[in-house]
Design a protein around this ligand. Structure first.
Ligand SMILES: *[C@@H]1O[C@H](CO)[C@@H](O)[C@H](O)[C@H]1NC(C)=O
Ligand SMILES: *[C@@H]1O[C@H](CO)[C@@H](O)[C@H](O)[C@H]1NC(C)=O
Ligand SMILES: *[C@@H]1O[C@H](CO)[C@@H](O)[C@H](O)[C@H]1NC(C)=O
Ligand SMILES: *[C@@H]1O[C@H](CO)[C@@H](O)[C@H](O)[C@H]1NC(C)=O
Ligand SMILES: *[C@@H]1O[C@H](CO)[C@@H](O)[C@H](O)[C@H]1NC(C)=O
Ligand SMILES: *[C@@H]1O[C@H](CO)[C@@H](O)[C@H](O)[C@H]1NC(C)=O
Length: 399
């Protein structure tokens, strides 16, 4: 990069051009003990970094201008453009003043023991960010917002608190690599996220193995034309195996709960039950057990089948902290006799098609937040519906 030079050159330029500023720099920066060309607030941020690292690089102990430190590169104007401290045995945390390094193009911190929160960055030119293999425990809200030029984002092997798939990557249109395997990415792979990825016309590599992703992989992911390398193995993904074209290196099936080992439709009851789980937001505790292609053989949590016909016979998901709505598709489980969803936080209406279930004997939705009109079931169906907000307009009971 022609804009990135080391201090020997930059200091000369800065001294010639900015004689008047030199005194100010001498007085204001120099937290590390020596005069130099680093822009003052950048020097301040690097000094903060030196202080918050429990074990800064040993060469930093001698002090010196920020731009002259090992691992730091600057522009001719004394802005910090790159920090490369990968694999230097660093511990400690990152200071929030890193966000003032607005000229950063590359930040590489992989393979250290850095901990705590990754602070927000505001780096419009940042193209490379690598955080892999540290002990960071949280990310900024809306990560990776504030890095619109990002091309390579690599953050494998981090003990982060669970975080959802980051929709904010929609703000990184040049992204080529997004690698966050073994990084606590949790929850469904939203259809919206697949559409976001489909919009990233440069994306080649997407690695999300060893996380806690649940649910059905949106088919749109298979249609991302730029994709060459995808890994989704060892999650809690369910339903049909997503199809990728022959040119894509895909590590997808192993360690998930897909219904088959290769692309193709699932058994009809599995399809329906996954539509039910989708409405609940594919909760992890269901995703762990609702795997494979036979809900009657694999001990699916809360699902029981009739021994004679292997039809789903009962769904018992009570006291389960479920939120979301009841899927109309339940009406396709024509053998259903009992549906118990009591003591959850379900919203929306009871779907009218449930009244068509010929064998239904018990519907228990006690203590939820259901609204709308209770549909008319046959007299032979025992309906328990106390503790809801029927008759109120949809949405009224959600708060
Ligand atoms: C960014 O990372 C990619 C992939 O690791 C590498 O090829 C490229 O040289 C890096 N660019 C910079 C400016 O560090
Ligand atoms: C997953 O990440 C943790 C740190 O969060 C690390 O200790 C562990 O070795 C990683 N697992 C694998 C298989 O790399
Ligand atoms: C995809 O890009 C188009 C055009 O830039 C935009 O209008 C649309 O909202 C984007 N979709 C998503 C899901 O980000
Ligand atoms: C219940 O669900 C909510 C949101 O869905 C979650 O924040 C909360 O931690 C859950 N509580 C328990 C006990 O699982
Ligand atoms: C039942 O399944 C069929 C075929 O899969 C589908 O077209 C229909 O919409 C489903 N019924 C409901 C109420 O979802
Ligand atoms: C729902 O909770 C109430 C009160 O805690 C309890 O009496 C009832 O048995 C629960 N119902 C189910 C189906 O778990």
């Amino acid at each position: 990069m022609p804009t990135t030079v080391h201090r020997q050159e930059s200091t000369t330029t800065v001294r010639k051009k900015q004689q008047g500023l030199l005194l100010a720099l001498l007085l204001s920066c120099c937290l590390l003990g020596a005069a130099g060309g680093t822009e003052p607030s950048d020097a301040e941020a690097i000094a903060d970094l030196a202080r918050s690292l429990a074990r800064p690089p040993s060469s930093w102990k001698a002090g010196g201008d920020a731009c002259s430190l090992e691992g730091i590169s600057c522009s001719t104007s004394g802005r910090v453009t790159a920090i490369d401290l990968a694999g230097m045995g660093l511990a400690g945390t990152l200071p929030s003043s890193l966000s003032s390094l607005t000229a950063l193009e590359s930040l590489r911190l992989g393979g250290n023991a850095l901990s705590g929160a990754v602070p927000p960055l505001r780096a419009p030119s940042l193209t490379n960010l690598s955080l892999d293999g540290n002990a960071f425990t949280s990310l900024p809200r809306d990560f990776p917002r504030g890095m619109p030029a990002l091309r390579h984002l690599s953050m494998d092997n981090l003990p982060l608190a669970p975080w959802p798939f980051p929709d904010a990557i929609a703000g990184c249109p040049s992204l080529r690599t997004f690698s966050a395997s073994n990084a606590s990415v949790t929850g469904p792979f939203p259809v919206a996220a697949a559409l976001v990825i489909a919009n990233l016309t440069s994306i080649r590599t997407l690695r999300l193995s060893q996380n806690m992703l649940t649910g059905v992989v949106p088919a749109a992911l298979g249609r991302v034309a730029s994709l060459r390398d995808i890994s989704l193995s060892s999650n809690y993904l369910q339903g049909p195996v997503p199809h990728f074209s022959a040119g894509v290196a895909a590590d997808v099936v192993a360690g998930n709960g897909f219904c088959l080992d290769e692309p193709g439709p699932c058994n009809a009851q599995v399809t329906t039950l996954l539509q039910v789980a989708e409405r609940f937001g594919y909760p992890l505790y269901l995703a762990r057990s609702w795997t494979g292609n036979d809900p009657c053989r694999g001990s699916w949590l809360g699902v029981e089948c009739s021994s004679s016909s292997s039809d789903v016979d009962m769904i018992y998901l009570y006291d389960a902290n479920l939120s979301g709505t009841i899927a109309p598709a339940i009406a396709n489980l024509t053998g259903l006799r009992r549906l118990v969803l009591a003591n959850n936080s379900l919203t929306g209406e009871i779907p009218e098609p449930l009244t068509t279930l010929r064998k239904l004997q018990l519907l228990d939705v006690t203590n939820n937040k259901l609204t709308g009109q209770l549909p008319k079931f046959k007299p032979s169906v025992r309906v328990l519906s106390d503790g809801n907000a029927f008759g109120e307009p949809p949405g009224a009971a959600q708060s």
